[in-house]
Write a protein that binds this ligand. Structure first.
Ligand SMILES: [Zn+2]
Length: 554
């Protein structure tokens, strides 16, 4: 929701974003659980390094000049994200003596394995705090809920303690004032170079937003820009890092170059949105909202990524903005990260399928199907329902920290629904529904490898378990998965309806209990995933990125 600018008494002095006694980087240098190099070597070896590049010939001289400036902003976002997770980056990494463990901590943005249920891998670290570094570590949920403060639920503030131990709300622009000022100045510099009027305006407004924590105007301006080649998603955006309340947003950035040719191909699907919304297999009361028709869908190469976007599983698609008010006014933009997708498909999905998908169905594993599934997942975020039909406010408000899991599951399954509908209509011709189902299944197994700790992980497990319960796939004796083409269509429709009802009803307790019993990884699946480990299939990709990789001056 749009957060109004609320004037705050400025706090005197410099705010140090470290909680005494809670920062693991304090005290003696941390030791590694398993001092054997081999373990850490194996863990860091689970990531394939991919260079982030693009065809720079598409860019103008000025656009090339903007890139190093925007990369500097991206690095600041990276530092800010570290602060939100654990505290000062350099201080923390400096406290890890083992070189490999340090490299692994850099990949994970902290001492917890993001793709392994947030297991700590440094001795004495303990569990990852659910509220990350957004809240005081000694604050209970009850204390927060009982605290009478109108601003406490803002997505742009951290909660700290006063000297008398009472809680206080600190806006990001206060808590991180120095870094945000530098980032804001750099964005202004970049905007001066921008030739595209839309991009110029967006960068100017984003520059101001970093200093006010009011992102509404810049989100609107971001939706208004249509012809820019460079794009820069930047700021505090997603709320997944806050697992306590799902409120506080984490800093991130993605620097993108639009692929105009692919984007044209994608544009033709946008016109089907209203029609597909009406065809959703659910009672009309759950689909009466009209999705913005101004929505756009574009393909990009990502050339630099930082902060929350670079932590954990690498993003292959972005759907923004999150602000429902902007979405209702302007729709949303879906950004398909083509080079990231291709890297994951080649390095991970195909090798996984060769082990876990029924050999007769492997021919259905296709990049175009993978691309469609991901693309329509993003489209599907804009479909369905934003406000509950039970007067419980928005779905996000009603389902609280469970919202993300349901929203991600919804997007997955409605995405699949839409793709198959467009294939039926003959609008998509180069792939079949079978390709989409089998590739989806392989993709599901791929993402379940990251554990079920994250909202996405739980969403994936709900989908997997629902399909299993419906007999939409079966696991053969050889431990391969085979889609039951006769049943998966019905299962998809049923699951679509259920998810839309969960969202529309906004019944927090019902959602919570469903998620608790259906968001887990079964033992059989866990053992199958283990087989991928012994086959040394990469867990994910990490990026080699920056001006050197791009071959442009700093
Ligand atoms: Zn999503």
């Amino acid at each position: 929701m749009f957060r109004k600018m609320i004037s705050i008494m400025l706090l005197a002095g410099i705010i140090v974003f470290v909680i005494p006694g809670c920062n693991p980087s304090q005290g003696s240098r941390a030791a590694i659980v398993n001092p054997e190099d081999s373990l850490m070597k194996a863990k860091t070896g689970e990531f394939v390094t991919v260079k982030l590049t693009t065809d720079l010939n598409k860019l103008t001289v000025k656009e090339k000049q903007m890139i190093p400036i925007l990369i500097r902003v991206a690095r600041i976002m990276d530092d800010l994200y570290w602060e939100q997770v654990i505290g000062d980056k350099q201080k923390f990494l400096g406290s890890v003596s083992d070189t490999l463990a340090r490299a692994y901590a850099a990949i994970n943005y902290g001492p917890w394995e993001r793709l392994n249920g947030n297991q700590p891998f440094i001795k004495g670290i303990g569990e990852k705090p659910a509220g990350a570094n957004f809240y005081p570590k000694d604050m209970s949920k009850e204390e927060f809920e009982q605290w009478n403060n109108k601003e406490k639920t803002s997505q742009y503030s951290v909660i700290r303690r006063n000297d008398d131990h009472s809680l206080k709300n600190l806006w990001y622009h206060e808590a991180f004032s120095d870094k945000l000022k530098t980032a804001s100045d750099l964005l202004k510099q970049a905007s001066a170079l921008a030739e595209d009027a839309g991009l110029k305006k967006y960068l100017e407004l984003r520059s101001a937003a970093l200093l006010s924590d009011n992102y509404f105007e810049s989100d609107m301006a971001w939706m208004d820009m249509k012809n820019n080649t460079l794009d820069f998603v930047v700021g505090p955006i997603e709320n997944y890092e806050d697992e306590l309340f799902g409120q506080k947003t984490a800093f991130e950035s993605s620097l993108l170059v639009k692929d105009k040719e692919w984007s044209l191909r994608l544009a033709k699907f946008a016109k089907f949105l209203p029609e597909l919304q009406l065809q959703l297999p659910v009672d009309p009361k759950y689909k009466k909202e009209k999705p913005g028709t101004d929505s756009d869908l574009n393909a990009y190469d990502i050339i630099y990524v930082s902060g929350h976007s670079n932590a954990g599983s690498k993003t292959i698609a972005i759907n923004l903005p999150n602000d429902e008010k902007v979405q209702l006014a302007k729709g949303s933009r879906r950004l398909q990260l083509k080079n990231a997708m291709r890297a994951k498909f080649d390095n991970i999905l195909v090798p996984i399928s060769n082990i876990l998908i029924d050999s007769a169905q492997r021919r259905h594993i296709r990049f175009d199907a993978f691309f469609s599934n991901v693309m329509f997942h993003e489209v599907a975020h804009g479909l369905g329902i934003k406000n509950t039909i039970t007067q419980k406010g928005t779905v996000r408000e009603a389902l609280k920290e469970k919202y993300s899991s349901f929203e991600e599951a919804k997007a997955d399954i409605l995405g699949l629904f839409m793709t198959t509908k467009l294939i039926e209509k003959g609008e998509i011709r180069d792939i079949t529904a079978e390709d989409c189902f089998v590739t989806y299944m392989a993709g599901l197994i791929r993402s379940v490898r990251f554990g079920a700790a994250s909202a996405h992980g739980k969403a994936n497990m709900m989908c997997f378990n629902f399909f299993a319960g419906q007999g939409a796939f079966e696991r053969g004796n050889s431990g391969t998965y085979k889609i039951n083409f006769g049943k998966i269509g019905d299962a998809m429709n049923k699951w679509s309806a259920m998810l839309l009802e969960f969202e529309g009803n906004g019944d927090y307790n019902a959602a919570k209990s469903y998620l608790e019993s259906n968001g887990r990884i079964s033992d059989v699946l866990r053992s199958d995933i283990e087989r991928l480990k012994s086959a040394r299939i990469p867990l994910d990709i990490v990026y080699d990125q920056g001006t050197d990789v791009l071959g442009i001056g700093k």
